[in-house]
Design a protein around this ligand. Structure first.
Ligand SMILES: *Cc1c(COP(=O)(O)O)cnc(C)c1O
Length: 383
């Protein structure tokens, strides 16, 4: 018997009440029963996005919503700026190129964020830009980008800001309307604590204006069709009804906790994880701008095959954490701490890590990382 722990930045663990909802008999989607469910979910999603805009629900993973935004807003030859701080920023570039946009890309090295100054310079140098596409939280390296400043800058220059908030929305406060985020995207298997299969996208008035002039081909992902269907509490095509039932449960859990405590918990778990990693003298990526969603850590030089950390945690202890992607494979590992996660998920990850590091030749005094994390949790109760 091996008990398993899912501590990856997507999919994240799914709460029991959400899992149980998948066992309910299916409902048909063109019924008053579904419309009522959809209406409730729709208004809760507006609070989740902190927006008055409609939040559309697509039957796809997060990348589907990214694709939909590019295919619905732009035309071949449009110039766009993508901010590439890692694998997901690179994905914006790839999608825009697939739709024949003229892509200006800012690329930084792993673990670095992109400063507002870098963005300002690129915007000034490219007067034909239409939009800036970026990640609020770059999951592949565990860094945040300056979302608020990027959106302000975009507005000043008449550009549309497009934010992949897939490990940001519902992790930390990202007020779409207050910060003037024109397009915001998230996915089901991240902070919404659901299985993969749904993506969510909201557009501002400015973004809809851009959509009107778009000449890119698209069919299945037609955001205007979705918006019109949503007005009738429907989706354009058959919705992933079971996932939407589960979504209703997860949004209830989130609202029962309250947004303030939700964000505070993620911040607390992130601080404890960082304290634990620092205490055992491992080096983190993104020291100046760590994401509250995930902590990325360099594999110490004492461990030659870095992939063994992830593999041993999984095979010996049943703990799933994430490794590095693309060029970072075997060089980093990532500890996730958002969604259906508590203090003891952090403790589980850090204690497993202490065991595995010792096994693989990086010596740690047992309890050091765990002790540092517990200290953070204790201090949080004292205040
Ligand atoms: C998970 C994730 C995505 C979406 O990936 P899918 O595999 O399509 O769900 C996109 N951007 C970020 C920042 C992510 O963390």
């Amino acid at each position: 018997m091996k008990k398993t722990y899912l501590l990856t930045p997507g999919p994240t663990p799914v709460p029991e009440v959400v899992l149980a909802s998948f066992a309910r008999p299916l409902i048909h989607h063109r019924t008053p029963e579904f419309q009522k469910l959809f209406e409730e979910v729709k208004s809760a999603l507006k609070r989740f996005f902190q927006t008055e805009n409609d939040v559309m629900i697509l039957a796809s993973t997060g990348t589907g919503a990214m694709d939909a935004v590019v295919s619905n807003l732009f035309s071949p030859g449009d110039t766009v700026l993508t901010l590439n701080a890692g694998k997901f920023g690179e994905r914006w570039t790839e999608i825009c190129r697939a739709y024949q946009a003229n892509v200006i890309e800012i690329v930084v090295k792993p673990g670095d964020t992109i400063s507002i100054e870098q963005v300002r310079i690129a915007v000034k140098a490219n007067p034909t830009l239409k939009a800036i596409l970026f990640q609020a939280s770059e999951t592949s390296t565990g860094v945040v980008l300056p979302t608020r400043e990027i959106c302000e800058l975009a507005r000043t220059h008449g550009l549309v800001s497009i934010c992949d908030a897939i490990t940001a929305c519902g992790v930390f406060s990202l007020p779409m309307d207050a910060w003037g985020i024109d397009v915001m995207i998230t996915g089901s298997q991240k902070a919404l604590m659901l299985p993969p299969g749904l993506s969510f996208v909201a557009l501002s008035e400015r973004a809809w204006k851009l959509e009107e002039s778009s000449r890119n081909p698209h069919f299945y992902f037609d955001l205007r069709k979705e918006k019109n269907a949503s007005a009738k509490n429907q989706t354009a095509w058959t919705p992933a009804t079971s996932l939407i039932q589960g979504l209703s449960e997860s949004l209830k859990l989130i609202e029962a906790e309250g947004y303030e405590e939700l964000y505070a918990r993620h911040e607390r778990l992130a601080r404890a994880t960082r304290a634990g990693v620092d205490a055992i003298k491992l080096k983190r990526l993104g020291l100046d701008c760590p994401s509250p969603a995930v902590t990325a850590v360099w594999v110490p030089k004492e461990i030659v095959d870095g992939k063994k950390i992830v593999k041993t945690l999984r095979d010996r202890y049943g703990i799933a954490i994430a490794g590095g992607q693309n060029g970072l494979e075997g060089k980093i590992f990532r500890l996730s701490h958002f969604g259906y996660c508590s203090e003891f998920d952090v403790v589980t990850a850090l204690s497993g890590l202490e065991l595995v590091l010792n096994e693989l030749g990086y010596s740690v005094k047992f309890g050091t990382a765990v002790g540092a994390a517990l200290e953070v949790f204790h201090q949080a109760t004292v205040v």
